[in-house]
Design a protein around this ligand. Structure first.
Ligand code: NAD
Ligand code: FES
Length: 277
């Protein structure tokens, strides 16, 4: 069992859950994730480790309530526990050792770029983070990223920071000087737009993919993606890949496969809650 230490609301449907997981906190590296299960037989939820505190033996998970299981996870409070946390899983981020990097975070994906920006900064790389949300209340991790370099905040509606998508700010940063690598995490259309911008410039671009995962060990095939024309499994070969080689159209198709089931499960949860209240 993994006791919940804190639950902090970051945006209307995103929380930061700090849970005890001493072994994971000790050995995790940037880019790695865990698979969480609330109870025996419950859905397995892959979540990137946004931060870890080795001394306290805790990890921070940033969760967007999109389906029944993530909504239940977001409702956990100190005193509650998570049944299983398996990990750390996946390959650590391929970090450049010097030069200048841009970390692009869209929405909840901003929490995933945080450990990458942190590790790059610690390695001596100059980091610029470009983060975006639909409006001010959806912007997360601005303060944490500011500890690792310049942060450019964008909002779709212009309510905070620079108006427009993160890719518009990226275009200006790429035009202003030499960038050695771009790390992008967020919605698929955002990552696709980032690689369309960096490909003609030949800027190495790493993206973190979020296909459906089941076992997290490379056995079930659920997280299959195509990279450079070859099948790859995000749980063991990724989740980060060379963005210029990813088949984003296929990823987008596969991500919509279970949308109707998710919607039905959320409606059942809503119904159960109303019966219980
Ligand atoms: P969102 O839809 O609110 O978008 C966040 C920001 O991304 C926008 O403010 C904008 O700046 C940018 N963006 C969105 N669409 C764009 C486009 N077409 N072109 C350029 N920029 C665009 O994001 P959300 O609701 O927080 O969702 C985040 C997404 O990130 C989810 O789809 C989630 O599955 C994904 N995610 C990915 C990972 C990963 O490891 N890859 C981890 C967590 C979340
Ligand atoms: Fe099953 Fe990756 S989650 S192969």
């Amino acid at each position: 069992m993994h006791p919940v230490v804190s639950n902090t609301k970051l945006s209307p449907n995103v929380v930061r859950l700090v849970v005890e997981a001493r072994r994971v906190a000790e050995i995790r590296r940037p880019g790695q994730f865990v698979i969480v299960r609330m109870a025996p037989g419950a859905e397995r939820i892959p979540l990137t480790i946004a931060d870890a505190d080795r001394e306290a033996g805790t990890i921070a998970l940033v969760i967007q309530a999109v389906g029944r299981s993530t909504t239940e996870l977001c409702a956990l409070r100190p005193g509650d526990s998570v049944r299983d946390i398996a990990g750390p899983l996946g390959r650590p981020t391929e970090l450049i050792a010097s030069g200048r990097a841009v970390c692009v975070g869209g929405g909840v994906g901003t929490a995933v770029v945080h450990p990458i920006a942190q590790a790059l900064h610690r390695a001596g790389v100059e980091v610029t983070s470009i983060i975006g949300g639909r409006s001010r209340e959806w912007v997360i991790y601005e303060r944490e990223l500011a500890e690792h370099g310049e942060v450019i905040v964008c909002t779709d509606d212009g309510s905070y920071g620079r108006p427009g998508f993160v890719t518009e700010a990226l275009r200006d940063v790429l035009a202003a000087g030499t960038i050695d690598a771009v790390y992008a995490v967020g919605p698929v259309p955002m990552m696709q737009a980032v690689v369309a911008m960096t490909r003609p410039l030949g800027v190495h671009t790493i993206v973190s993919l979020n296909p459906i995962m089941v076992d997290g060990t490379g056995m079930c095939g659920g997280c299959r993606v195509t990279v450079g024309g070859e099948p790859r499994y995000a749980c063991v070969d990724g989740p980060e890949f060379d963005g210029h080689l990813v088949d984003f159209d296929e990823l987008r198709d596969r991500l919509t496969t279970y949308r109707d089931f998710e919607r039905a499960a959320l409606e059942r949860l809503d119904h159960d809650c109303k019966l219980g209240s």
